[in-house]
Design a protein around this ligand. Structure first.
Ligand code: A3P
Length: 340
């Protein structure tokens, strides 16, 4: 079923902020997209999504696909690297020599960023295929596919529900997610507004892939299905080895021996992934630099902490978040972040 899509046209405070504060040349407006009765307001997506919505809905899903799905900044990259290595017999050599987005493509990279203007100015820029048309890249992938997406359950391809590939959802507490998303949008998406405005957009469900709670709930409600695994960033931080064992069993792999487990945990450590060109998105930051989008320094792997929000939010903002979290936890039944 094709999603219903409406342009975000402005005329209220939050829509105006969204349209004004993101000044990336890779972005040209936003839509709200929903499908069936699952979404009340629709999910915010870039306007380019209109060109890809039908192709994504109708794309072929394969039974042996492995999908990692998340709201942005919740530990997607970390989970992808873990999943890929477990599924590929801990092939560290390939993991280090082929960058993550090439072996584990981001389905809606092209709907998220349009490079047409940039390529007019820089026709020789070596933009990789998984960026030029990410949906085609995924469609034509020759070997078993590992697919990253931030699309919520209602906007996943229709065949997800019939082919039932393995889907791993990763969630992170909303305060750390919001702070991480703010820095990410400054670094990668041309966000020029204040942190205060960004939090308003986050709490007002008016950022790409929002509403946050609706996103998480759309997978939470399916967490007991055989082909779905629901993980949290906080569990990965608390006890990575336990989460690895869960994923090993979910993917039907042999248990890891202690040496392999130790090597995998070391490879997946924050420092190691931050210094690994395969996982630190240096190539994407380079594109943004080439487009003069970045004036500040920053890295994709920024802090990697639980509770880092404490140094970013004052008491008033924290109160606002707490009330919002409490209301939504009780309405959705999502009880993974009892204290954040
Ligand atoms: P911070 O900005 O809080 O540091 P995503 O991959 O979904 O975009 O999520 C990015 C967040 O996950 C960033 O959070 C990043 O630092 C963190 N992250 C990535 N790899 C990590 C790792 N190996 N250990 C801990 N956190 C990691």
């Amino acid at each position: 079923m094709a999603p219903t899509i409406e342009d975000v046209t402005g005329g209220n405070k939050l829509d105006d902020l969204l349209l004004k504060d993101f000044t990336s040349m890779f972005r040209s407006g936003y839509v709200r997209a929903g499908k069936g009765s699952g979404s009340q307001k629709g999910f915010i997506l870039p306007a380019y999504y209109k060109k890809f919505a039908e192709r994504i809905s109708k794309m072929e899903v394969r039974e042996d696909d492995v999908w990692v799905v998340s709201y942005p900044k919740t530990g997607t990259t970390w989970s992808q690297e873990m999943v890929w290595l477990i599924a590929n017999e801990l092939n560290f050599d390939e993991a280090k020599s082929v960058i993550l987005p090439e072996r584990f493509p981001f389905l809606e990279h092209s709907p998220l960023f349009c490079y047409d203007e940039f390529l007019k100015e820089r026709p020789d820029f070596p933009l990789p295929d998984f960026v030029r048309d990410s949906v085609k890249y995924v469609d034509e992938f020759k070997t078993q596919r590992f697919i990253k997406t931030h699309l919520p359950w209602p906007l996943l391809p229709d065949q997800i529900h019939t082919k039932k590939p393995k889907v791993i959802y990763v969630a992170r507490n909303p305060k750390d997610t919001c702070v991480s998303y703010f820095h990410h949008c400054q670094l990668m998406e041309g966000y020029n507004g204040s942190f205060q405005d960004f939090c308003e957009l986050f709490l007002g469900d008016n950022l790409n892939f929002s509403p946050f709670w609706e996103h998480v709930k759309s997978f939470w409600d399916h967490r007991d299905e055989k082909n779905i695994l629901f993980l949290t960033y906080e569990d990965m931080k608390k006890d990575l080895a336990s989460v690895i064992r869960e994923v090993v069993s979910f993917l039907g792999k042999e248990a890891l021996n202690p040496d392999d487990m130790a090597s995998l945990c070391t490879h997946l450590s924050f420092e190691s992934m931050k210094n690994n060109k395969s996982t630190n998105y240096e190539f994407a930051i380079e594109v943004n630099r080439a487009a003069n989008l970045i004036e500040r320094n920053g890295s994709f792997l920024r802090q990697g902490k639980v509770g880092g929000w404490k140094s970013a939010m004052g008491p008033e903002l924290c109160d606002k978040f707490d009330q919002w979290v409490e209301k939504n936890q009780s309405e959705t039944g999502i009880n993974v972040w009892k204290t954040i």
